[in-house]
Design a protein around this ligand. Structure first.
Ligand SMILES: *[C@@H]1O[C@H](CO)[C@@H](O)[C@H](O)[C@H]1NC(C)=O
Ligand SMILES: *[C@@H]1O[C@H](CO)[C@@H](O)[C@H](O)[C@H]1NC(C)=O
Ligand SMILES: *[C@@H]1O[C@H](CO)[C@@H](O)[C@H](O)[C@H]1NC(C)=O
Ligand SMILES: *[C@@H]1O[C@H](CO)[C@@H](O)[C@H](O)[C@H]1NC(C)=O
Length: 249
């Protein structure tokens, strides 16, 4: 009898502590890095069906996102400027440059306060991934996407995309990509907490939420467990077993 009393007391304390742990997820965001290309069909699917929709809800406060538009491009330094060869042709290089410039120039590359990414940049880039059309006169509908998502310095972004600053940004993204794998085996490649794992990268492409949730510590948001906290359920389970035992005696 006495033992049960002590046991249930201890368990209750442990459960209460477990529930209160990790409620400040600000300093333990999961680093998510996406290595992709502006005209790659699988990258486009990943943005529009996985990454962007997944980050519209509460999961957005658990990630620290890094977008790296480069993929399997090749860079060579020729006399005094960078030249690029892109996986899906010349147009893709232009698309990667526009996105690189957007990442640097929208809000000066700063995250939206309280988020681990810039909401406008992500929405603008998702729109370009969604609406790019290789066969259209305007391959990347920057004006349309900038209107939907209010980008107020599109002129600056396009100017950047047509100048050497874009090449310098792309070359830098190339270096980041080489650090993951050189050459990159598949595009997109998604890396969690700075460590490439093929299984995670593959899973993220069909179920980004599941891949991300593996890395969220402590109490997971509703999107991860659907019915809310797992540890809470386990605790309630244990306590009910104790209550039953208690009654038997
Ligand atoms: C976000 O969290 C709030 C409060 O915890 C919850 O009410 C809401 O349902 C969550 N949204 C989603 C999309 O799960
Ligand atoms: C978020 O990612 C960036 C780029 O990798 C890194 O510099 C920064 O330290 C990260 N922030 C957190 C809180 O992990
Ligand atoms: C600059 O880039 C934009 C889109 O990236 C393009 O429409 C425009 O023609 C370019 N301008 C020049 C002068 O190359
Ligand atoms: C996230 O990335 C930053 C910068 O690279 C690193 O300092 C930090 O430890 C990473 N966080 C995790 C949880 O891996």
């Amino acid at each position: 009898m006495k033992l049960q009393l002590i046991l249930s007391f201890v368990l209750t304390i442990v459960c209460v502590l477990a529930q209160h742990e990790n409620h400040n997820h600000e300093d333990q965001r999961v680093n998510v890095s996406v290595y992709y290309e502006s005209l790659c069909p699988d990258s486009r699917k990943f943005f529009t069906l996985q990454l962007y929709p997944s980050l519209q809800g509460n999961l957005s406060s658990f990630v620290n996102l890094t977008l790296v538009p480069y993929g399997k491009s090749k860079a060579t330094f020729d006399i005094n400027e960078w030249r690029f060869e892109c996986h899906h042709g010349e147009q893709e290089c232009q698309g990667n440059k526009i996105q690189a410039c957007a990442l640097k120039h929208i809000d000066n590359g700063l995250n939206t306060p309280g988020y681990g990414f810039n909401k406008i940049s992500l929405a603008f880039i998702n729109c370009l991934m969604d609406k790019a059309d290789k066969n259209a006169k305007v391959v990347f509908p920057t004006k349309e996407c900038a209107t939907y998502n209010p980008v107020n310095n599109l002129g600056e972004i396009e100017n950047c995309a047509n100048h050497t600053s874009a090449s310098n940004y792309l070359a830098m993204f190339g270096k980041l990509t080489d650090q993951v794998q050189n050459p990159l085996k598949s595009v997109p490649t998604i890396v969690f907490n700075n460590q490439y794992k093929q299984a995670d990268s593959d899973l993220a492409q069909t179920n980004f939420v599941k891949a991300l949730c593996q890395y969220i510590k402590g109490e997971k948001p509703a999107e991860c467990t659907r019915n809310g906290g797992e540890s809470l359920k386990i605790c309630i389970g244990f306590l009910s077993i104790l209550a039953v035992l208690w009654n038997i005696h």
